[in-house]
Ligand binder design. Structure first.
Ligand SMILES: NC(=O)c1ccc[n+]([C@@H]2O[C@H](COP(=O)([O-])OP(=O)(O)OC[C@H]3O[C@@H](n4cnc5c(N)ncnc54)[C@H](O)[C@@H]3O)[C@@H](O)[C@H]2O)c1
Length: 261
């Protein structure tokens, strides 16, 4: 039995988590803490460098290994610095979690009305940002003989009925494409599609009392909202040896959101 549990441990691995230092109770924070508790050294990366440092300090104070890095994932030079910081601190990278995104801050413009600059801004972060990170980190994974990439998509892409949903569905396409192209190099590429999660950003976007949440409560199979911690098991599956034969998949962690009528 202990052999099976050990498949979920990742001692000696180095993980980069983007978007891990923003709002207090964020999914990226839960991911960073979860990977550290499974034994990884964690690069806590975010546009918000002070927030990244706070999450890094949490990991260090509980006996884990981490560094904080300020990064703008839309800027290849900034992403290259993040990769270099990871390699300098920990000798390489084995795991990349592309979690940073614009979500709560997006206005609900229609596809016809959205200014092109705003469309480009969203795609630059939510899609191209993940590609920038993969371009910088995959060479480091190759040096280690393989790796794991997990892209954070969203239930909001199934179906895509918003600009945000389009950006996340495109990220599913990047996931399957990279999975196909990197598989022989032992780099697994998968996605997690969370349902409505009670991060601070999620609560800001859709408060518990909002009509949207009330509507969903009547239609989601199991439970509308999950906590950031409830996504961590899926992440560990996809980042650990337990997931070595899984690639190109979207793991829905959503209490049945995707099954709604
Ligand atoms: N909360 C939900 O209900 C929910 C549901 C499905 C998917 N998601 C996805 O989960 C992820 C995390 O969501 P969250 O609820 O924790 O939101 P969040 O806003 O707290 O996290 C997003 C993080 O990305 C960072 N970021 C934004 N632009 C960046 C850039 N250019 N470079 C680097 N970092 C940047 C922000 O600073 C922030 O820390 C996002 O990808 C989001 O789309 C969230």
């Amino acid at each position: 039995m202990s052999f099976l549990l050990d498949q979920f441990r990742i001692p000696g691995k180095v993980a980069v988590v983007t978007g891990a230092g923003g709002r207090g109770n964020s999914i990226g924070r839960a991911y960073a803490l979860g990977l550290a508790s499974a034994g990884a050294s964690v690069v806590v990366a975010d546009l918000n460098a002070a927030g990244a440092q706070r999450v890094c300090d949490e990991i260090l104070s509980s006996g884990g290994k981490a560094i904080a890095v300020g990064v703008d994932i839309t800027q290849p030079d900034s992403v290259a610095n993040m990769a270099k910081a990871a390699a300098d601190a920990f000798g390489g990278v084995d795991i990349l979690v592309n979690n940073a995104a614009l979500m709560a801050e997006l206005a609900h413009a229609t596809a016809i009305d959205i200014p092109l600059e705003e469309w480009n801004r969203i795609m630059n972060v939510n899609l191209t940002g993940a590609l920038n990170c993969a371009k910088a980190i995959v060479p480091l994974m190759r040096q280690r003989g393989g790796g794991k990439i997990v892209n954070q998509v969203s239930g909001g892409a199934f179906p895509a009925i918003s600009i945000y949903g389009i950006s996340k569905l495109a990220l599913v396409g990047l996931t399957t494409t990279l999975a196909r192209q990197l598989g022989r190099e032992k780099i697994n590429v998968n996605a997690i599609a969370p349902g409505n999660t009670t991060s601070d950003a999620g609560r800001m976007l859709t408060p518990d009392e909002s009509p949207f949440i009330k509507f969903l409560e009547a239609s989601v199979a199991m439970r509308v909202r999950g906590a950031p911690d409830e996504l961590v098991g899926a992440l560990l599956l996809l980042c650990s040896p337990a997931g070595d034969w899984i690639t190109g998949q979207v793991l829905h962690v959503d209490g049945g959101w995707v099954l709604r009528p």
